[in-house]
Ligand binder design. Sequence first.
Ligand SMILES: [Zn+2]
Length: 323
Amino acid sequence: MAANSLLQDSNFRKFQEQSQNYGYKSYDKYVTCVVDDHLFVFTGATTTTLNLFIRFNIEGADSNSIIALLKVRLPDKVRFPKPSAQASDLVLTYVEKIKSPNYFYDLGSILQILVSTLHEFGVTPQRNCAICSGQNADAFGWHKDAFVAAHRFCLQAEYQKETADLTESLVKGSYLLGIIGAFLGTLIGAIPTFLSIFFLERIIIYLCALIPIAGAVGYRLFKGKPTWVAALVVLLFSLLEAFVIELAVAYATVMSIVGYWPSIIDVIKIYFAVFNAEMAGSLGLTILFIAIGVAVTFPFISRTAKKDLSSVAERMNSITDRR
Ligand SMILES: [Zn+2]
């Protein structure tokens, strides 16, 4: 979440702040608004103007016919997607100067036009709960990476369950098991890198990113305590993996020379006995690539229960009641 808000456009953030005064709701990098029981979800992306993406449901209607009519009805500031295959959602772009004083007024009238057009096309708001499939969903909220129609009760129960699970993982998680899991994970994650070095004779940076990812997955699978220690353990084992990879390559080389499976101890002895600048360079490069792999996967590796708990708590803000 933090990474998202850093990348988030400042104009959109301004819109997020201002929108609160006009009855819109803000959650993470989204703004939502319910007009006549239709949910509109706003996201932003921009340069110097405010570019709002307005997403809404048009299930059951022909998107091309709706677009054709909306093109006549909506102001020029609204951009339309190219006609495409039928989708359940339509996304329009509203381009405006953030300093324009009346843009909330304009936005309000755009939403009114959208709602009346949806009515004409017989689009009815989703009433089934996305969580329990029951009828009369009385809210919209965040569920599995999207805003959905659901019962407020079901959404809250889901967030509470997640909170309870996270709290339990903090209480019952074990550093020792996590360390074992991370070690095994990085070992498995290093297999593709090892294979690429052995068969292609080069190290591929994307494959290196698998090492910390597999380490973090291993840490979680083994129910390691989800704190900052996880990231540290994964980091250390990932870097250690560079050495393991080099040794594995040395092992394969020795084996091809002697023609049988040498003992690992012997190979380690030979490795250090013949260690030279070229090998040091190779080890350094592997470490560098793995370090880059750790850096790009850091948001995943460094997830902690504490961070997850605060993002679940924040998710309560995603719920909008329907009248
Ligand atoms: Zn429900």
